[in-house]
Design a protein around this ligand. Sequence first.
Ligand code: ADP
Ligand code: ZN
Ligand code: ZN
Length: 745
Amino acid sequence: MIVGVHPLAGFDRLLHYRVPETLHATVQAGSLVRVPVLNQLRLGVVGEIGAPKDFPVERLKLVAQVVHPFPALTPDLLKLAQWMAGYYAAPLDGIIETMIPAAVRSGAGIKEEKLLSLVRPLADEEAVALAKRAPQQAKLCAFLAQQYRPQRKALVLQRLGATAAVVAALVKRGLVREETRRVVREAYADDWAGGELAASTPPRLNAEQAAAVAALGRKIEEEKFGVSLLHGVTGSGKTEVYLHAIDQALKSGGGVIFLVPEVALTPQTVARLRSRLEAIAPGHKCVVWHSHLSEGERLDGWLALAAGESRVVVGARSAIFAPVRDLRLIVVDEEHEPAYKQDETPRDHGRDVAVYRAKLNRAHCLLGSATPSLESYANARVGKYGLLELKQRVDDRKLPHIDVVDMRIEIMRSRGPTSLSQKLVRAMQDRFEKREQTILFINRRGYSSAMLCSDCGHVEECAHCSISLTYHRADERLRCHLCGDERAAPLVCPKCKSPKIRWRGLGTQRVEEAVRRVVPRARIERMDTDTMSKKNRFREVLAQFRAGKIDVLVGTQMIGKGLDFPNVTLVGLVDADISMHIPDFRANERTFQLLVQVAGRAGRGDRAGEVIVQTFTPQAGAIQFSRHANYAGFSEVELKVRQDFGYPPFRHLMHHLFRGPNPEKLKFFAEQWARLVETELGTQLELRGPSPSPIEKIKDHYRWQLWYLTASVTRVIPELSRLRREFAWPDDITQVLDVDPVSLT
Ligand code: ADP
Ligand code: ZN
Ligand code: ZN
């Protein structure tokens, strides 16, 4: 038996090995093995069985070891890895490595136990004879004869006070059977279960939900590849739809992957999902998959799926690589979330990988969001994806109304800079009197260095790229991060000639202080990456907030995702402008998403919610459309702009980053490279740049970047990769290619 192995050793080739007789039974495609590579044993994954014709098989080395009895990669995962390597222009071995959890790769940590059972009952005279000769052995046989199922060896020995030699003698006589079984830790029942496991009675689906579930049921039954986009307003009960679809997939004998953004993976959501799932589909253990699992827990979850003991996994991005068998359905909740994008090589997008994995399995992929990405929405509009809509909140709850406060007027009124408007202050005081809760969001996505006029709200944009220009303090210039166009920063607003130009947004700390001044007796807690460096602290604060021990929660978007607090009746967004003026063509989309999602946190209980948004540019489309969560209106306008500029979803974007210690040299090679690409591939892609990166220098390494816009990634990548190999890069310049980046900053 010959196998082709992908060694996880830093080079992209299939190497062939001979499989020794003893391993024939366990080696299959996807098996994790140890093989000699350059005189060292390295891990590898079996990519194919057999060898090319006329292959000199005599001189092949031997596979040394099989790490796991189960294949580390199912056949579809092997194909998925190959697709990713091509699409993201990333090395295959690195992708394979990320697909297999470290705990599995190490091969360690499998807990096993030995079980004993009687091979056959002893005849009476046989038992008497044995009791005379070897009383210990007889005792053990008598004990086992009374048991219905195999007994754990350790326990038996302990109870009878016997030694392992007694067992060995009985095994030798052929009276007792000893077998090894893998111990399944209660991988699922960790502290994530929380106290909410007592299954709440499932709600009855409303008409919209039922229609969506029925449509999905038909798709799942078809066993054909397809994608549905579930566009449901906040609080419309999308989760119930997911759960029913999952139930259908399980009932039809298939496996399921349920992806949620990592930030949404709070103990509460997981507990709720699991209890509901186990109520809907009794007898199904749901494996939980996230970055805080211990190695042992992850291994157990992985084994449960690989062995087919469990057919459903809930998890963050990496769960898309879980070894689920007979995959029938993949659900991607909050599909618009940038968190699905991996920020390290291979820089894959979890949602896009989900769609492709579904395709490989002829499974259905269900994408859900209140604010779908324009990429997915465009696919739904042209009929590539099915569109399912939930337009109403459950139980006739009202969507909260968004009140937009014009901060230009507020600043004139207060005769000086202020972070909280009168309206927001009064609303907070009112909630505090009523013992209702408030969430204040400070939007700190990216950094704010756009030029914003506090008198007229004007923001300087690039004429070629329709993104805001970025202020560079060092030389007081404004630059476009897409095309590199630049000019001197003006001292007065180019539109209204006012000198009141703002550069920076507000920090959470300053807002927290301002809140303390206006509601001095309220219990206030701040939640941002500075205060929340410890994971437990995050959970703790959320638990306190849920228990009503905090009146006002001040924080970044990290508190906005998937959380459901019924007593929150006021949500404030302190500075809507920051996300709107990040130098990114998705700035409007992000702002709209943020506003709608943030507003969706209010009024989830029986009381109506109020949302107050502060901005210097109240007339902006992203803000106006979000007031009534008008997704259709917003996307129509925004898609038009994207089309005019040829931005995603109409073309694909790629980002090429160059890094090096010498700025002149870096600039020179970036420009040389750009010229080469322009000459060789100019008909297939459009270049923007090269230009210095938004962060021009990190750890003494300068950074330049280049953008490509193209109609087809799959057509361009092979050519681009070839040029990258052939171009004479100096040793001190490194480069990173990012296909379909989710952020330009
Ligand atoms: P979404 O994800 O669409 O914002 P959720 O799935 O979180 O909404 O549902 C919001 C709340 O409504 C949850 O507490 C859920 O249990 C409840 N819910 C869902 N469907 C129904 C229904 N048909 N009737 C009553 N309550 C429901
Ligand atoms: Zn102005
Ligand atoms: Zn530009």
